[in-house]
Design a protein around this ligand. Sequence first.
Ligand code: GLN
Length: 278
Amino acid sequence: MKKIIAMLLTAAISVSLIACGSSTSTGSSDAKDTAAAEETASAEGAESDALADGKLIVGTNAEFPPFEYLGDNGEPDGFDMALIKAIGEKLGVEVEIQNMEFGSLITSIGSKIDVAIAGMTVTDERKNAVDFSDSYYEAVQYVILPADSAIAAKEDLLGKNLGCQLGTTGEYLIDDLIAEDGTTQKKSYNKAVDAVNDLLNGRLDCVIIDRNPAMVFQSNYPDQLKLTDGAVYGFEPEQYAIAMPKGDTVLTEKVNAALAEIKADGTFDKLVEQYIQN
Ligand code: GLN
């Protein structure tokens, strides 16, 4: 029976990996998938401290549309919120959302919050502090520019005033550009929308931010702003995942199993269609 469940889970995970198009996961061998599925099956019935009270407290930063933003009722809404609620439903726990600064999310895991979902990119540095779920979305940094900007290549960014959201992978890319050319200036903002406003006011030459939020912000000012794909500047694809308490393998396995089910049963694709403009 366990073997059958493991095989079914392997199939579900393989389907989900194809659906996700994730570059980090596609390299896994069949043997690895089977091992992961068996681990998942064995996690059933085990307990995670984070779930013991029947409630999953989830941190986010609702400033990152379409993944998270404040809805009309003032509550966090968006793709990530819908995804984590669907995961909570599969796990049979209530999901409570806590809105906070992006830079506080990782340090709050294990104290104020159980997990964080915030269009968060998996990085080696973050992996020192938290574990990550399987990835659920592939992103890349985009560059938002004034419509008449001549910036069109990586060299054009050097020596300019570059804006980003504090503590994000966009900021890390700007730090790399500063290391290349010390005359490059960085301005980091708690809210991406404030960076976009400074771009519109002429205080910045560009804003570097993830693709989907960049599309949302630019679409509000189609005559004043334009977008360029970060691939033009050599920016690499990134993977979004849920940040989990370090070492809570039971919770991570349960969340991964729920995520795999949500991908296999079509819920994931429906949420993409509902929330994400491509
Ligand atoms: N993906 C980026 C990061 O993880 C930005 C996330 C965000 O601003 N919510 O750093």
